[in-house]
Design a protein around this ligand. Structure first.
Ligand code: ZN
Length: 402
């Protein structure tokens, strides 16, 4: 791994106090910027990376004072990283990353890559020049910060024409974590997602259920280990993960132990899911399995309404993006699934309401066009026509419009 000696990282929560920054749709730039910055500060400290925060409260800061605070902790040499956190306005969508004319794009590209992995699309990684003197940077955060490596990040648009509004409200800590990971990787520090193997820091979108599932324990075990009397969690809360009993996790608890002769395909088939869902749920980058390996299976709601179309939540999803995908609304999704908050967990199974455009059916193991047509009182020909199918072959997880 490439090592870059870095004296420290300065986190700039842009704007503040009387300077709101961009606002709209319930998002105020100075507040989102502060939340992202405080998250990064805490996590970089946890990782043992020297870090300073330009402001830790809602405070008005002049440009001159901001520069002074950026340069004070570690000086202005090239081994200081400066991260300036912003949100954009202008009706477009996606993140933009601006680096200084004096730097190469290595850190900016690493940040872009991690943001994409965290579910935010990045539209631009670039340098911006002052129109009146194109030898200079456009932003003072690049221009007036000595030889440091400043990176200005616009995490998304407050007035996005796509999904940024929901992403900025719900996923800001996921994006902050992505930048933390990018910095750690860039300077060659080992990146650890959590404090240690027995601790877990609650993130946006987590539930007791999703955390218990991830560690192969029960919600009750998790609650009793932490003395919790309610199911409410707070982002940033640190949970103790109880040691598993000597018994291996039971296979009924949505965990499958790989046996001789298994493949991802055979397991997916057996449990009515897909290879790509299994890989996503278990963070697998290849198809190879080892005997005895534990795999998480998607949780099936094997209750009352098994005929309803369902959708398995994936990384980067929000209620809003799912609603758009299925031509429904966030409110309808919340009502149908009895959701009290908009927080989702990866692997969570959502019921999808029948839309005005007709029903949606997700193909399960054992289905055929004939059996599906029969179930919905329609014909094979009609389903093929509506879905523009040229053959009778179906794949598990395929979405059919009925
Ligand atoms: Zn800004």
């Amino acid at each position: 791994m490439m090592e870059r000696a870095v004296t420290g990282v300065v986190i700039d929560a842009a704007h503040g106090g009387e300077d709101l920054g961009n606002t709209g749709n319930g998002i105020v730039e100075k507040d989102t910027s502060l939340k992202i910055s405080q998250y990064m500060y805490r996590r970089l400290q946890e990782l043992g990376i020297p870090v300073a925060l330009v402001r830790d409260s809602d405070e008005t800061i002049s440009n001159e004072e901001r520069i002074r605070r950026i340069l004070a902790p570690y000086g202005g040499e090239s081994n200081v990283i400066v991260i300036s956190n912003h949100v954009n306005a202008g009706g477009a969508d996606g993140a933009e990353i601006v680096y200084a004319l004096r730097n190469n794009n290595a850190l900016a590209n690493k940040i872009a890559q991690e943001l994409e992995l965290a579910g935010q699309n990045v539209t631009k990684v670039y340098q911006r020049r002052l129109p009146s003197d194109t030898s200079k940077d456009y932003y003072f955060i690049h221009r007036d910060t000595g030889s440091t490596q400043p990176v200005l990040i616009e995490y998304g648009y407050v007035d996005s024409n796509q999904d940024d509004k929901e992403q900025l409200k719900n996923n800001y800590d996921r994006y902050a974590e992505a930048v933390v990971k990018a910095i750690a990787t860039y300077i060659g520090k080992s990146y650890v997602p959590e404090l240690d193997e027995n601790s877990y820091v609650v993130k946006s979108g987590d539930s007791l259920w999703s955390i218990a599932n991830r560690y192969g324990i029960t919600v009750d075990q998790l609650k009793s280990a932490n003395g919790l009397t309610s199911n409410l969690l707070q982002v940033g809360q640190v949970l103790t993960i109880p040691k598993q009993s000597t018994e291996p996790p039971s296979e009924s608890n949505n965990i499958y132990t790989v046996k001789v002769g298994d493949s991802l395909w055979s397991i997916a088939n057996q449990y009515g899911t897909t290879v790509s869902i299994l890989k996503q749920l278990n963070g697998l980058s290849s198809d190879s399995l080892s005997i005895g390996q534990k795999l998480y299976l998607p949780i099936q709601d094997d209750g009352e309404d098994s005929v309803d179309a369902t959708y398995i939540v994936k990384s980067g999803d929000s209620l809003y993006t799912i609603a758009m995908k299925f031509n429904t609304t966030v409110n309808d999704l919340m009502a149908l699934n009895h959701l009290k908050t908009s927080l989702l967990s990866i692997g969570q199974v959502l019921k999808i309401p029948d839309g005005s455009m007709g029903s949606i059916y997700i193909v399960k193991s054992g289905d055929s066009l004939w059996s599906i047509a029969n179930r919905y009182g329609t014909t094979v020909a009609s389903i093929k026509q509506k879905n523009e199918l040229t053959s009778d072959n179906l794949s598990i997880g395929q979405i059919l419009y009925i």
